[in-house]
Design a protein around this ligand. Sequence first.
Ligand SMILES: CC/C=C\C/C=C\C/C=C\C/C=C\CCC(=O)SCCNC(=O)CCNC(=O)[C@H](O)C(C)(C)COP(=O)(O)OP(=O)(O)OC[C@H]1O[C@@H](n2cnc3c(N)ncnc32)[C@H](O)[C@@H]1OP(=O)(O)O
Ligand code: FAD
Length: 674
Amino acid sequence: MTQTNNNMTVNPDLAMERAKCNFNVLEVTHIFDGGERNTLQRKKIEDVALNSGASKDALGEEHMSPKEKYENAVRKSCIYATMMKNELAELSGLESFGVSSPVIRRTADAFFKEVSPFLLHLGMFVPTIMGQCTPEQQSYWLPRALDMQIIGTYAQTELGHGTFIRGLETTATYDPETEEFVLHSPTLSSYKWWAGGLGKTVNYCIVVAQLYTKGECHGTHPFIVQIRDEDTHVPLPGIKVGEIGPKMGFNTADNGFLGFDHYRIPREHMLMKNAQVLKDGTYVKVARHGKLTYGTMVFVRVVLVNEVAFNLAKASTIAVRYSAIRRQSKPKPDEVEPQILDYVTQQHKLFIAIATAHALQLCSTWLWESFSAVLAQMKGGNTDTLPEFHALSSCLKAISTSDSAHLIEQCRHACGGHGYMISSGIPNLYNFVSATRTYEGDYTVLLLQTARFLVKAYEQAEAKKPLTPTVSYLAHAFSGSRATWDNSPDGIIRSFQALAAGKTAVCVTNMRKRMRAGLSQVDAWEMSTIQLVAAAEAHCRAVIADTYRKEIVRLTANSSPNVKVVMDQLTTLYLYYWALERTGDLLMFTSVSQKDLVDLQIAYEELLLKIRPNAVGLVDAFDLRDELLHSTLGSYDGRVYERLMEEALKSPMNKEPVSDAYSKYLRPMMKGKL
Ligand SMILES: CC/C=C\C/C=C\C/C=C\C/C=C\CCC(=O)SCCNC(=O)CCNC(=O)[C@H](O)C(C)(C)COP(=O)(O)OP(=O)(O)OC[C@H]1O[C@@H](n2cnc3c(N)ncnc32)[C@H](O)[C@@H]1OP(=O)(O)O
Ligand SMILES: Cc1cc2nc3c(=O)[nH]c(=O)nc-3n(C[C@H](O)[C@H](O)[C@H](O)COP(=O)(O)OP(=O)(O)OC[C@H]3O[C@@H](n4cnc5c(N)ncnc54)[C@H](O)[C@@H]3O)c2cc1C
């Protein structure tokens, strides 16, 4: 593994772990990156972007005031944007800055401990222009956005509504006299709230508003709206805009609020790929599917699966390396204190994080390929695969973000007290990833979208109609007998599918019972939503497990024997872990016995011991440079205690021997003079 400094002194425990590793680390890096070519390209990009030291701060971000933090993030965003235009675009194979890629995203993380104020420009503004504009509109807006002549965001959520998009209150009323839309915020709850970069950074945004023309409401539609002067950056008349204040994370993203007072924009600023308003105010629906204006959200949900896999890889790298250098307790009085990584409970906390990072990374690539296929079909006017894809991307977004947030927190627990330090890097990772569970569609809400699809698919299976690929297992849901338990990987995946089918069947049965007892369909659905969420979760686990297993078998077909073994161990660990987490469900829906579960627990514990010697090698294979980890605990050299002390000494509190608080408060209080 290449490191920036080849002459570094490495902590002896870490050096010993690396010597113990029995597989070719680089081969696993290639698997994680999706091939050797990708690894080489990533490294080139990282070298250019990071070797100059431009990503570093003189003073740690955590010691800055909110205003300084924001300005510093803008400064570095501009440096990175300029690098993208000049050096990185060609290297990354991208035509220009703006069309981001996972590699560019992950490299950018070296510049920010939190996030860039440009995240929404790249993540949603540019993709919306690409996905929702007519070709003419695109040719006007896209070059300006890609070249960063304008900076934008995506303002959909309002104070009063985020989930329920149809409930948004901002209005865009067409005036045929002037051929303009009049944007208005009729209530406090209609103020746009949350959009990243809106507070201070952007001068344009996509605004989602209820479209009125000829006195009729046509539902929510996207508009491109200038909110600040292109030269002075002063908010334009009729615009009320500001920053929403401190948050748990995202503090360098200047999330903002926005209100309109009868603010006029040209007719052409409605994004008209899917629906149009003609000059005379006639509304014309173009799209064949009613939800295509939700396209940017679907895109970001797909991107997020990759994003959280990467962040989980970071957290597990930090926690595993730290666990290799940390020694604590003395279970055997005559021996030295063991590395905490030797405790089986510690392995139980950490190895699932490594396996999940792999599972999500491979699922994200597969999801991206499925998305590309759906987009290609839609280009030809066929939207048949969209419902299945919406169900799939919804549950994968929900489960990947939720699992990653949980496992990152588990990595923090695994680092004891030091994991609570901002300098460990884990709190920032957690704050970032826990937000992903909420934004771009809340966890529960998205799983309920998947559940709608599952229930419909179940009814199709019942009627012996054909099923789409991800739910084809529902065809076996009516055999009447419980699925046969078998602890092989394929057997466990079949059991996960049986759980999903069984849970869906229970929901359908309960809803039907409730409706027979007099409840409306809506109320019967509502009463069953706890189980519906559980069914969607089970479906998603089955999809992840199946995809992870198939992809690893495919990707390791030509790998060296030890790489095959260790990758197989990780996938098996993932399957055992989730089977053991769901023993109650397995007992309900499969033939598993108490003895089978006891045996599975033992097999799981033995698997942890087998993976243990390769644990550091496995996280080294994520190949995360120190600049990306921002961690005193997780650096490649393992100089944990030295770095913790170096960081402590940087604290502004240590600048003077006696704090001003002594003379102001402590002394008067102690001398009884307060
Ligand atoms: C390059 C990238 C760089 C970096 C990446 C890193 C980070 C990410 C970047 C940015 C992200 C940062 C910040 C986050 C920004 C945001 O949060 S933006 C705001 C996002 N908001 C949401 O996600 C709102 C969630 N709500 C919804 O999606 C919908 O309202 C709903 C799905 C919950 C419900 O919609 P309704 O219109 O009410 O529909 P319904 O009545 O429930 O369903 C009707 C039918 O429509 C189907 N459907 C719903 N959505 C879709 C869709 N997207 N596609 C296809 N079909 C859809 C639904 O299934 C129903 O179908 P039926 O057949 O069952 O009737
Ligand atoms: C860091 C961050 C950045 C963001 N950036 C942006 C941005 O750039 N642009 C933008 O437009 N938005 C942005 N958002 C907003 C985000 O998209 C919404 O917060 C998110 O979609 C959730 O909606 P909500 O806040 O209305 O939650 P709510 O819907 O109010 O959810 C609250 C609770 O109610 C439950 N609930 C709601 N509806 C249902 C239902 N039908 N059935 C069962 N339970 C339900 C939820 O599960 C949740 O537990 C951002 C949010 C965050 C946290």
